[in-house]
Every structure is written in structure tokens, then in C-alpha cells.
Design a protein around this ligand. Structure first.
Ligand SMILES: [Fe+2]
Length: 333
């Protein structure tokens, strides 16, 4: 039985990452545009500089990559901020581009989100964290709200592979879509999306010795781990007063309606709605992505696992809505 989605090794401590390079699919880049960071390729296991910053890629470069079956560049982790800023600027442009196919828009949204969240989670206490999260959520909510095809296109990218930071985006997408299905207002959805993106930010304050410990945690270590929802509030409150919807999503995402959750052991509707929504989205994404300890389940199977083993912890009405939402829209059903 799955008791918790908090498997520590899945979300490495943001300040203790080891891989210095960040992947960037070359399909996200356009020929002849100014790229403000160096691009590397992997050759014989070594990162090799392919193009210096500000020297544009040509259409011939891109075609040559395509012909060789190479799909990604690498960017030095020290240029993470520059890469994230570039993706933020380009995201606004690409989503408005009437000539860009829907699937390419959703792929850009997801890849930009991964890169931006990676940058933001490195220093979550930085003053620009919340404004940048808000801008990202505006794009996501705006895109999903354009219609069912947009949601279907995003959802295709949410299943299967799990990478650090993509989990938070998936939780955001499912939470916002579930909120939309419930008929919540745009302003509620944006705050819910913010809370979903930030739900595990408190893990930045959990010592890496606990977060990345390969074996089971001791009871004392669990006590620390179980504080991450409150640590998240501490981190976000340095930016000023938190919106109550964001707050409820962050602190409530491990509460269970049977009272066996944490940090407060709230029961039933004592768990605020944003917490119940994000908790369900969190569990669903944990089941439908590949992890070190299980392969990704299809939607239908994941929902059955929740129904058979976890229904005591999640809101049954929300669960029904999630089933309807996915049965209608998930191509991986
Ligand atoms: Fe969590």
C-alpha cells in the first residue's frame, strides 16, 4: 500500500544538485535568433562547446542535428539564470504565435516551466520568486483555458517520465484542470496553480542527508521530513503575507481527510479545498510517472490504485471529478 508520495530521492535538495548541465531540446530554439548562453553537445560522454552565446544557430545546424537524431543541447548550470530568463521571454512569444502548432506550444510551456522552476527553486527566498511563479501560472492557466485540445496536448506530456521539477508542473496542471472542472474562478485557479507549483518548496529546508538518504528514515528523520509543508510557508512568508489559497495548498498537501496526514492531522473538510486538490494531484502524478521504485501506471490503473488503497485519505468527490476529467481527456487512459 502506498502511504506517502514523499520519496526523498525524487526531489533532491535544490541547493545540492550535482549535475552541472541542464538539458534543452533543440526543437525549442529557432534559427537565427539571439541565444544568450553557450550551447553544448554530449560527445563520447563529454560536454563539448557547440556554439558560443550570441552566435546564432543556422537552419543548417538545426537540420544537421535532426538528421543525426540528436534531440538536445546542454547548457552549463552556471548559466541557469540566463537560460531561465530566455525561456520566460520566449514563452510569452511562442504561446501567442498563431503559426505554432498546439503540441509545440505545450512542449515549450512544459520545458520552459521545468527550467524556470529549477532556477527559482535554487533560491526560493529571492524576492522575484513569487512574481515569476505568478507569471508562469498565468501562462499555464491561460493556455489550458483555451480549450480541451490544449489540455489534452499538455496532459500527454505529464505522464511517464519523471524529472526533478517536472513533478511540480504536473501537479500544477492537474490541480488547475481539476479546479476548472469544478467551475472555480480564474483568480482562484491562478492562486491554486501558484500553490501547486510551490507545494514542495519547503524541501529546500530539509537537510540533504535526510532528503537524499537511500535507506528508510528513522522516526526522528521522519519528524523533520514531515515539517516540509510548514517549512514551505516559512520560506514563502519572507516575501510578505501569503494568499490564503496558496498557503492552504502548500501547507495542506499532505493532509488526509481521514486525519492521518500531516502536519496538523486535519479531518474531512477541515482540510481546505486547495490542500485537498493538490494532495490528490500529487498522488496521481506520483503513480503515473516512472520512479526509482515503480514504473508509470496508466491513468485508468492509477485511479484504480487510489480507489482500492488510498480513498480513505483523499476527498471522494474530488476523486470522482478527477476520474471524469481524465476519462474524457487523457489520451493515455
Ligand atoms: Fe510534499
Amino acid at each position: 500500500m502506498i502511504e506517502s508520495t514523499d520519496t526523498r530521492g525524487d526531489v533532491p535538495s535544490p541547493t545540492h544538485r550535482t549535475d552541472p548541465f541542464i538539458t534543452l531540446e533543440f526543437a525549442r530554439l529557432r534559427a537565427d535568433e539571439d541565444i544568450p548562453f553557450d550551447l553544448y553537445v554530449l560527445n563520447g560522454g563529454q560536454y563539448v562547446l557547440f556554439r558560443k552565446a550570441h552566435l546564432p544557430l543556422t537552419m543548417d545546424d538545426l537540420n544537421a542535428f535532426k538528421a543525426r537524431g540528436i534531440v538536445q543541447f546542454y547548457v552549463d548550470g552556471r548559466a541557469k539564470k540566463s537560460l531561465a530568463r530566455y525561456m520566460e521571454q520566449e514563452l510569452a512569444v511562442r504561446l501567442k504565435d498563431p503559426n505554432l502548432p498546439l503540441d509545440e506550444k505545450s512542449a515549450f510551456l512544459m520545458e520552459a516551466s521545468r527550467i524556470i522552476m529549477d532556477d527559482l527553486f535554487t533560491h526560493p527566498e529571492s524576492p522575484d520568486t513569487l512574481p515569476r511563479v505568478r507569471a508562469l501560472v498565468e501562462h499555464t492557466v491561460g493556455f489550458i483555458a483555451t480549450g480541451r485540445q490544449a489540455f489534452r496536448s499538455v496532459i500527454k506530456l505529464c505522464t511517464h517520465d519523471y524529472y526533478t521539477y517536472t513533478h511540480t508542473l504536473h501537479v500544477e496542471v492537474y490541480s488547475v484542470a481539476l479546479g476548472m472542472q469544478l467551475g472555480m474562478s480564474q483568480s482562484f485557479l491562478k492562486k491554486l496553480g501558484e500553490g501547486a507549483l510551490l507545494h514542495d518548496v519547503g524541501k529546500a529546508k530539509v537537510p540533504p542527508s535526510i532528503l537524499t538518504k537511500p535507506g528508510p528514515l528513522t522516526p526522528d528523520e521522519w519528524l523533520v521530513m514531515k515539517q516540509h509543508p510548514e517549512y514551505g510557508l516559512d520560506l514563502l512568508r519572507v516575501h510578505g503575507e501569503l494568499d490564503p489559497i496558496v498557503e492552504a495548498a502548500v501547507v495542506g498537501h499532505h493532509e488526509r481527510i481521514d486525519g492521518r496526514g500531516y502536519p496538523y492531522g486535519l479531518k474531512s473538510h477541515e482540510v481546505p479545498l486547495p490542500g485537498r486538490i493538490v494532495a490528490l494531484a500529487d498522488i496521481y502524478d506520483a503513480l503515473t510517472t516512472n520512479r526509482s521504485y515503480h514504473a508509470a501506471a496508466r491513468s485508468f490503473d492509477a485511479l484504480n490504485i487510489i480507489k482500492d488503497h488510498m480513498l480513505g485519505g483523499v476527498d471522494p468527490e474530488l476523486f470522482k471529478e478527477l476520474v471524469v476529467l481524465l476519462a474524457r481527456n487523457d489520451p493515455n487512459w
